[in-house]
Design a protein around this ligand. Structure first.
Ligand SMILES: Cc1cc2nc3c(=O)[nH]c(=O)nc-3n(C[C@H](O)[C@H](O)[C@H](O)COP(=O)(O)OP(=O)(O)OC[C@H]3O[C@@H](n4cnc5c(N)ncnc54)[C@H](O)[C@@H]3O)c2cc1C
Length: 398
């Protein structure tokens, strides 16, 4: 296993878990997703349900109170939920990326301190990498953490952080040595709470800026963090207890995040395809269902083949991760192909639905608005193709 933390459950146990989640989706998510999305309302009740289902601890080891699921099972869950409302998966996935940083790179003390709180959802959060002037070029970040005795003093601004406003803490990429060359050697990862983890009292020196308005991915909060002389205990916060490792944690260490984006994309594409197959049999023009027009058949055929290919690439990357293999290329391929497929398939679904595809009363316009984010988050698709190419050359030297 890649980090020694991903377990396997029997097929029967997996089936039982997926059935329980499917029932929850049908009973609790489907009736409210459309309204919450259009109102851009944070889904408090569904977040409580997800905590009860154990999703905030889905890939946290059982020793720390999590479910310890394999990446394969986890991806199936993510795809299922994304078929109904992709935003929900962002709430626990961003949180689990923060947890993965601790689980994979943290000290024993940090694992024991943070992971049980993360597993229950008592302390929820996300990953704080991006800044107003640095997204892809993470080495260009300006947030600085200066050591002062047993503490770090943090100053800087992060933006576009999922769960920033409704969450309680964040895995924060900082510069502990802003002058280091190469730049990544001066970067570290800190776990920084907004509230005291024991008393839940808000802490000084950290505040959220505005909640950011978006094309899609509604419901989940995307926001800014502003740190002004924010003080945090080094033993609890400096992941791994050693400075200079943050860049590796933020990039190479989180391929599972890319597989997750692929799984979300598969969910979007599967739903768009399913709606299209249904609608094409119901809608009639020229005296027959539109599924009997060859122009529509060509679309459905291509959508189905690409969606299945995206699903297989995602399963392939998840399985390689579970076997403990290096998966930067596999995760990049799955993320790139599945997200581009989600964009294409949701647009084709809109064309098949004609004017109704453009209506807010149908789910298609939401899938169409949600899909492009999958091409941007967790490393843009431009970068994924570059990663794939570099790996191809590295793995096949002449
Ligand atoms: C809804 C939403 C949620 C998000 N959630 C989070 C979160 O939870 N945590 C977090 O840290 N960030 C988050 N982000 C930020 C996201 O990760 C960044 O937007 C993304 O990394 C791209 O960075 P950028 O926007 O600064 O674009 P830039 O880095 O400025 O890139 C602009 C364009 O240039 C291309 N480009 C840049 N460099 C190169 C290069 N070297 N070679 C080729 N092409 C290049 C990019 O691919 C892109 O097309 C979120 C963003 C959104 C929209």
């Amino acid at each position: 296993m890649a980090d020694g933390n991903f377990g396997h459950i029997s097929e029967a146990d997996e089936r039982q878990m997926l059935d329980a989640i499917q029932k929850w989706i049908e009973k609790k998510v489907a009736p409210v997703a459309m309204k919450l999305e259009h109102d851009n309302e944070w889904p408090a009740d569904l977040v409580n349900d997800m905590a009860e289902l154990g999703l905030f601890g889905a890939i946290i080891h059982p020793d720390y109170g999590g479910l310890g699921l394999s990446a394969t099972t986890y991806c199936k869950i993510v795809t299922m939920i994304s078929q109904e409302w992709m935003s929900l998966t962002g709430i626990f996935n961003s949180h689990l990326m923060m947890a993965t940083v601790v689980q994979r790179f943290g000290t024993d003390y940090q694992k024991e301190y943070w992971l049980p709180k993360f597993a229950t959802g008592e302390m929820r959060g996300g990953l704080g990498l991006t800044e107003p002037d640095a997204g892809t070029d993470l080495q260009g970040i300006r947030t600085v953490a200066r050591r002062q005795g047993d503490n770090y003093i943090v100053n800087g601004t992060k933006t576009w952080i999922s769960n920033a406003i409704e969450g309680h803490c964040v895995a924060l990429l900082v510069k502990t040595d802003p002058d280091a060359q190469p730049r990544h050697k001066g970067m570290s990862m800190l776990i920084v709470p907004k509230i005291d983890p024991e008393t839940k009292v808000p802490l000084k020196g950290v505040k959220n800026g505005k909640k950011l308005e978006k094309l899609g991915y509604k419901g989940i909060d995307s926001g800014e963090f502003i740190f002004e002389d924010y003080e945090v205990d080094a033993k609890k916060s400096l992941v791994g207890g050693e400075e200079g490792k943050g860049f590796v944690m933020a990039t190479g260490g989180l391929e599972i995040g890319r597989v997750n984006i692929a799984a979300r994309s598969v969910g979007i594409a599967k739903r768009a395809l399913a709606e299209s197959v249904k609608y094409a049999q119901m809608r009639k023009t020229m005296g027959k269902p539109i599924c009997e027009h060859q122009a529509i058949q060509l679309k459905l055929g291509e959508m189905a083949a690409k969606t299945r290919a995206a699903e297989l690439l995602t399963q392939d990357a998840a399985a390689a991760f579970d076997r403990g293999e290096r998966i930067d290329m596999e995760a990049g391929m799955a993320k790139f192909f599945a997200s581009e497929t989600a964009v294409e398939v949701s647009l084709e679904a809109m064309r098949i639905h004609g004017g109704y595809g453009y209506s807010k009363e149908y789910v298609i316009e939401r899938l169409y608005r949600d899909a492009p984010l999958m091409c941007i988050g967790e490393g843009t698709n431009e970068m994924q193709r570059i990663i794939i190419a570099k790996q191809l050359v590295a793995r096949n030297p002449i």
